[in-house]
Design a binder for this molecule. Structure first.
Ligand code: ATP
Length: 287
């Protein structure tokens, strides 16, 4: 569905993404995570055909999306601050969605307006940041586009609205499976509804893994310093803190029965690290 081969792209001389290769061949929800300025939006723009790679090849359904109407008909790309016309109302934006996306689900759009308490008559220019995000999300998800790309859909939404968003996303995807790519800084919250994870870091697609796999990684071990040092010898330590003779370390291993047995055997406490903390450490380690 998506094929990126040896792509380099930058806005000036320095590349933002360099020689990246990445593909998605199955339906599912993929979260794209990375530090500020890592290049998530840039990757999404390349996929949506808004930018042309300086080197390499981007393909959507076997076609290069840049300046290619046939290819982009499969794509709905909702930018972070989507440039709606300032005179449009919410209703106008939905009318645009209905006109533009051939698989548009009007019932879903209407239902989601109620879920997010959006008034159809309200001018988009008068919406709060969170309400605008909700509108963009509603259009993105109601498009039923084969490839739906959402840039920071939860931007500005409060915790309760984010919860509603994740739930609607999962339900809609289960009813109409498709490929949904979304960038996020709320990885901890969104990971339960995602099939896979892409991490953009250091100009590369640094990680592309199934979420089931990623959820397992990152283990906190705590206990007596000498015991910890013995157990983690030769392993990748992602974070370390100590107090007196006690040590706490995050290790780059899976949280599984084997590690629970090792910890119990050495009298150490063991805990799963949060995915967000694990990724922050992994990307720091790689710097
Ligand atoms: N239109 C532009 N002109 C020049 N530089 C740009 C432009 N858009 C992005 N950049 C630069 O490209 C880099 C990647 O930006 P991008 O928006 O893709 O990152 P991001 O991962 O989406 O970041 P964030 O999480 O902060 O939204 C940054 O250094 C940014 O300053």
């Amino acid at each position: 569905m998506i094929q990126v081969e040896n792509v380099t792209y930058g806005y000036g001389d320095a590349p933002v993404l360099e020689d990246i290769s990445y593909s998605e061949q199955e339906y599912g929800i993929t979260a794209i995570w990375g530090r500020n300025g890592a290049g998530k939006t840039t990757l999404m723009k390349l996929l949506a055909g808004h930018e042309k790679p300086s080197k390499g090849k981007v393909e959507i359904m076997g076609m290069a999306p840049y300046n290619h109407a046939e290819a982009v008909q499969y794509v709905c790309y909702m930018q972070e601050e989507h440039p709606f016309s300032s005179i449009w109302s919410v209703k106008d934006a939905l009318r645009f969605g209905k006109y533009y996306y051939s698989n548009w689900d009007e019932d879903l759009a209407k239902r989601l307006l109620k879920t997010f308490r959006l008034d159809e008559k309200k001018k988009i220019s008068k919406l709060s940041k969170g309400m605008k995000s909700a509108l963009q999300f509603i259009i993105g998800i109601s498009s039923h586009a084969e490839i739906t790309i959402l840039d920071e859909p939860s931007n500005g939404l409060d915790a309760s609205m984010r919860k509603k968003m994740y739930q609607s996303l999962r339900e809609s995807h289960e009813e109409h499976p498709r490929l949904i790519l979304l960038s996020t800084h709320h990885i901890e919250e969104i990971q339960p509804i995602c099939e896979s994870l892409v991490v953009v870091h250091d100009k590369k697609v640094f990680i592309h893994e199934s979420m089931d796999e990623m959820r397992e990684y990152g283990v906190w071990l705590a206990g007596e310093q000498n015991k910890i040092e013995k157990v983690v010898d030769g392993l990748s330590i992602l974070e370390k803190s100590g107090l007196g003779s006690r040590l706490k370390v995050m290790v780059d291993v899976p949280f599984n029965d084997e590690w629970k047995d090792i910890a119990s055997h050495h009298g150490l406490s063991i805990e799963k690290a949060k995915l967000q903390d694990y990724l922050l450490n992994k990307t720091e380690e790689a710097e």
